[in-house]
Design a protein around this ligand. Structure first.
Ligand SMILES: [Zn+2]
Length: 317
């Protein structure tokens, strides 16, 4: 069931044969570069964003849903808000809002390393001392929303994600994340519950201990660059691993004229007509992909024409 090594832009599941341990590995290259094509983030912010994108893919891979998963990080550091979205079929988009570049301008890349890992200090500079990580799943067919929120704990994004898994999924989980200019990658392992409520068997416990030790030895460079088979064999080699074929991950923004029209309607006719009078047209640029949507006078009147959607009340609070 496994397929040959591949360069990136895919997520792959693996299991330890006959043991209650499973994992997912993601690495994206082209999708990662396309996702931030229109924004020039300082290196540490780029690293944090790449880790978040990998994390959202790993979450989407481990949870069962049809729709969109949104990972949001709110903190009181310079990266005040980070959003990364991944659909059930692994279309990703993401952005970070940064308050102040100044503390982030110092170099973080060592010679020839392709970018150093985020140190705990840099991680805290970015997210601050207080904050939270929220994971929301919006199911496509039914209007179902699920949200889990955990505080930003530990020294890394991976620590926060492990906290999320511990509190929301209640499965022992270990995570590694990394990103540089060309790739973003992540690895997660989970101990699956046994078939009964009984304590895990000695074999199951030892398989989990081995897997934990294994993920502890995965280094950033192999996460970002080595073929997945080699990463798994080198770090988890004593067990029989089954690596499943990959599922493509791609950058795709789901913005479109209809969504923007909905935003403008929500803003209200008065406000939109004011902008039209001042600027001759209303232009809205998508924060995720930078695509501009331009509405001229005819378009704006069409938005608020009777029969479309009722106008917002004239005195919007
Ligand atoms: Zn867009």
């Amino acid at each position: 069931m496994s397929s040959p090594a591949s360069g990136g832009d895919e997520v792959r599941r693996f299991t330890v044969e006959n043991r209650p341990v499973r994992g997912h590995f993601v690495r994206i290259g082209g999708a990662w570069r396309a996702l931030r094509e229109h924004r020039d983030y300082p290196a540490p912010v780029r690293e944090l964003l790449g880790q978040a994108v990998s994390a959202s893919v790993l979450l989407a891979a481990t949870l069962k849903f049809r729709g969109t998963l949104t990972l949001q990080l709110h903190g009181n550091g310079c990266a005040r808000m980070l959003v990364s979205q991944c659909t059930h079929d692994f279309r990703v988009r993401a952005l970070v809002r940064i308050d102040d570049h100044a503390p982030l301008e110092r170099p973080v890349a060592g010679p020839g390393t392709g970018g150093a890992a985020l140190t705990p200090e840099l991680f805290r500079t970015l997210v601050g001392q207080q904050g939270r990580l929220a994971v929301t799943v919006e199911a496509a067919e039914r209007d179902v929303r699920y949200q889990g929120v955990v505080p930003l704990v530990g020294d890394s994004f991976a620590d926060c994600l492990e906290e999320y898994f511990a509190s929301s999924e209640q499965l022992p989980t270990r995570v590694r994340l990394a990103a540089d200019d060309t790739h973003a990658a992540g690895l997660v392992i989970q101990q699956l519950p046994g078939r009964t409520d009984a304590e895990p068997s000695i074999e199951a416990q030892s398989a989990w201990s081995d897997a934990e030790r294994g993920i502890g030895t995965v280094d950033r460079h192999e996460l970002l660059g080595s073929p997945v088979e080699r990463v798994l064999t080198r770090n988890f080699g004593r067990r029989d691993l089954r690596l499943y074929s990959g599922t493509p991950v791609r950058f795709e923004c789901r913005c479109g004229p209809e969504r923007v029209a909905g935003l403008l309607r929500a803003l209200g006719a008065d406000e939109v007509r004011d902008v039209l009078r001042e600027q001759g047209a209303v232009t809205v640029t998508c924060d995720f992909c930078n695509r501009p949507y331009r509405f001229d006078a005819v378009d704006v009147e069409g938005l608020f024409a009777s029969g479309a959607v009722p106008d917002a009340p004239p005195s919007l609070q």
